[in-house]
Ligand binder design. Structure first.
Ligand code: PMT
Length: 216
């Protein structure tokens, strides 16, 4: 029998994009497919954890044994996380949460061909809120970066107060948004380790192998 190091642990994972409505038929979003977050949820379940996956809109099926809560907006994602986070041992923020949402959402479809200016307002930071809970779970965030990848990852880890950040360079071929593979560098209290390139499931397993001893 495979060892189940997370057998008595509860893990909450966010995955996928959020969609921020512009009007009843349009939205602002990003290229996240959910694959990395779903791979993490599946890998945590393989290790025996009870896993809740809070997911933005994706084409994916929930991994075996994982409870999935489907959400659309960042505010819905935050509400679902708040409802499930109590008593959890590990929070993994892998969702590409839209940093902003349209300030005004008309109840009717926007019409006409005239240009219009769109005011955006910041969304709540789900990862930072969970990292600030006391007592709270250990936290792993992700950083999707396009330049000065490690420096920005270190800044994000400090600014959000998370235990670990997995940084991906989304400009690297085969890494980041959409595909089946990724490469991340894990930044933590006593590690800065570049993990091997692999499938998102392999990368997820490698990340959890490094975190599991801290959860014991
Ligand atoms: O879904 P895939 O197609 O498989 O792609 C995977 C991925 C590239 C989306 C994933 O590996 C990844 O990098 N996810 C984080 C993307 C992101 O939004 O990064 P960020 O640098 O903008 O945010 C930093 C961290 O804060 C993330 O953990 C994010 O979930 C969290 N965050 C950000 C904003 C916000 N309002 N709330 C948050 O919780």
């Amino acid at each position: 029998l495979a060892p189940k190091p997370l057998a008595d642990k509860r893990v909450v994972v966010t995955a996928g994009p959020t969609r921020e409505p512009l009007d009843p038929v349009r939205f602002v979003s990003n290229h996240s497919s959910g694959k990395m977050g779903y791979a993490l949820a599946g890998a945590a379940a393989e290790l025996g954890a009870a896993v809740t996956l809070v997911s933005g809109p994706t084409e994916l099926s929930a991994p075996t044994g994982v409870e999935r809560i489907a959400v659309e907006t960042a505010e819905e994602m935050l509400a679902a996380v708040r409802a499930r986070i109590g008593g959890s041992d590990l929070f993994i923020g892998c969702a590409a949460v839209s940093d902003h949402r349209p300030e005004e959402v008309p109840t009717h479809k926007r019409k006409g061909k005239e240009p219009f200016a769109l005011a955006l307002t910041p969304n709540p930071d789900i990862l930072a809120e969970v990292a600030g809970l006391d007592p709270g779970p250990l936290t792993l965030g992700f950083a999707a970066e396009t330049h000065e990848v490690l420096a920005h990852g270190r800044e994000k880890r400090a600014a959000k107060g998370v235990d670990w950040i997995a940084v991906n360079d989304v400009t690297e071929a085969g890494a980041g948004f959409g595909g089946d593979t990724n490469r991340v560098t894990l930044l933590g209290p006593e590690v800065e380790e570049s993990l091997p390139f692999g499938t998102k499931r392999e990368v997820a397993r490698a990340l959890l192998a490094r975190l599991a001893p801290r959860l014991a």
